[in-house]
Design a protein. Structure first.
Length: 382
């Protein structure tokens, strides 16, 4: 189940900085939680030792003070001794239990002695006049006179009063632990954001390889692993940009299909010879020699660019490949290098489209008072 949740979390479309923050934050929370539990446990143990030591000192003092009055059967002195114990705000009850006489009590005490001989402290609770329960702990000690057990002494302490400081200390530890976890969470987010920044930049640069790495020179000048990744990615980006520039330049002279085939296998830039069935369209300008002699050189170049651009556009629209331009002539292939069962129909459509574009261009030339241009088109299939 845990492994499934981890795999699901890894596949979630959440930024890596958030994922790292959760990972680091969870680890810090566990560590701080264990540390807080350890401190609280130690504080509780230390508090119980203090309470036990305080109660044992009081009950031993009471047992020592009561030994002689008990031997003399001085009930008045014993009662005063017990009553003085409850004047302490931490003591809610005291008692002297002679071996064969009635108990001398003051306040709240248990109604029986512990069953074991060790006289371990008894944790219990007593109710006041309003029937409200109060936690208490009672300590026991034997009253001896010359190694003879004459009775027992009891001291009952108010646990609620004693635990108040412990609860305050535990609360402080709890709030401090929570505060440290909160601060650690914020720091872990800042740290995760910082650590994941190179990966974020690489991801952004990968979406727009032409833009390169959008980082400062201090980032790219690093000499650690991240700096090496930056350098490799920068070289890869420049290589992709150069390949795109070569592809754009090559597409000006050959079909994008041919250019793609050439660039996809740079180790063998020459396309393999193979026999294919296709169609070839030949097209040239009628009387171009006479026109080139009568027109200025720049106007001849502009005329060629206009008409040959229209021819190339028509070829691309009809799945044709411009094989070559020779002066005012163009040679267009259909069904080559990609096989096309409709190569003949596409060649005819291309011829119609060229004629339509030429008619449109000639219409503008007549409006400008210029001589229209005529084209000759021939198609061969086989």
């Amino acid at each position: 189940m845990i492994n499934w949740l981890i795999r699901l979390f890894r596949k979630a479309p959440v930024p890596i900085a958030i994922k790292w923050t959760i990972y680091i934050g969870t680890l810090i929370t566990l560590v701080m939680g264990v540390l807080g539990w350890f401190l609280i446990t130690q504080q509780t143990s230390f508090h119980m030792r203090e309470v036990k030591g305080f109660g044992e000192v009081l009950v031993e003092q009471l047992a020592h003070s009561a030994s002689e009055p008990m031997l003399a059967d001085d009930q008045f002195n014993l009662q005063g001794l017990v009553s003085r114990q409850t004047q302490n705000e931490k003591v809610v009850g005291a008692a002297i239990v002679p071996s064969e006489k009635p108990w001398i009590t003051s306040g709240s005490v248990p109604h029986q002695l512990p069953g074991s001989e060790e006289l371990l402290p008894m944790i219990w609770s007593w109710r006041d006049e309003d029937n409200i329960r109060h936690p208490a702990i009672t300590f026991f000690s034997t009253i001896k006179f010359r190694d003879v057990i004459a009775g027992h002494a009891m001291i009952t302490l108010d646990r609620q009063f004693l635990d108040r400081n412990q609860q305050r200390t535990i609360g402080i530890i709890g709030y401090a632990t929570f505060g440290l976890i909160l601060i650690a969470g914020i720091l872990s987010y800042v740290l995760s954001k910082r650590l994941s920044r190179p990966i974020t930049l690489l991801a952004q640069a990968g979406q727009k390889p032409g833009a390169g790495l959008l980082v400062s020179p201090t980032e790219t000048d690093r000499h650690d692993e991240i700096g090496q990744v930056y350098a490799h990615f920068d070289r890869m980006t420049k290589g992709l940009l150069e390949k795109r520039q070569v592809e754009d330049a090559l597409s000006r002279y050959v079909s994008p299909v041919v250019a793609e085939k050439i660039l996809s296998n740079l180790s063998q830039p020459r396309l393999a010879n193979q026999e294919m069935e296709g169609s070839i369209l030949f097209c040239d300008i009628v009387g171009f020699t006479r026109l080139s002699e009568d027109l200025p050189a720049d106007e001849v170049a502009s005329l060629l660019n206009l008409y040959l651009g229209a021819i190339a556009n028509s070829a691309h629209r009809c799945r044709g490949v411009v094989d070559k331009f020779i002066g005012d002539s163009a040679m267009i292939l259909f069904g080559v290098p990609e096989a096309d069962e409709e190569h003949g129909q596409q060649a005819i459509r291309c011829a119609w489209l060229i004629q339509a574009m030429v008619r449109h261009i000639n219409k503008k030339r007549r409006q400008a008072g210029k001589e229209p241009i005529m084209l000759r088109i021939g198609i061969n299939s086989g």
